[in-house]
Design a protein around this ligand. Structure first.
Ligand code: ZN
Length: 126
């Protein structure tokens, strides 16, 4: 079995010893699992960091599509994203909801009134 030095009394003791037989000092045990867990956590943090900053591979279509090529679906999505974001701050307040709907409609102006209205009606089931 391997030997190591006790940090307290500097005598050589077994690496398996939980307590130093010379001075009675508890010995910290370096389990291989400790390292493995640290590695796993590091990997998770790394993955998280990557997923947070990957502008090249967005899961949802990019907001703010080109007005010339945007589909009705994309316009609707943009409105939906805008509403969802705004709702996070105002909650279920109806009056404020109408105000943010107006705000989001302004964001759709670039697609023209007709297409903006269409997305609006689709969203509110009108
Ligand atoms: Zn010792």
């Amino acid at each position: 079995m391997a030997l190591k030095k006790c940090k307290e009394c500097d005598k050589e003791i077994s690496t398996d010893a939980k307590v130093c037989p010379q001075c009675g000092k508890p010995q910290p045990k370096r389990s291989p699992w400790g390292c493995a867990i640290v590695a796993v956590i590091a990997v998770i943090i790394f993955m998280f960091a990557i997923s947070n900053q990957s502008p090249t591979t967005p899961r949802t279509p990019p907001v703010g599509s080109d007005p010339a090529t945007a589909t009705d679906e994309q316009i609707y999505r943009e409105f939906e994203v805008c509403m969802n974001e705004a709702k996070k701050t105002v909650g279920d307040d109806k009056l404020k909801g109408q105000a943010i709907a107006g705000n989001c409609m302004l964001g759709l102006k670039k697609y023209g009134d007709k297409r903006a209205q269409k997305a609006f009606k689709l969203y509110f089931n009108l």
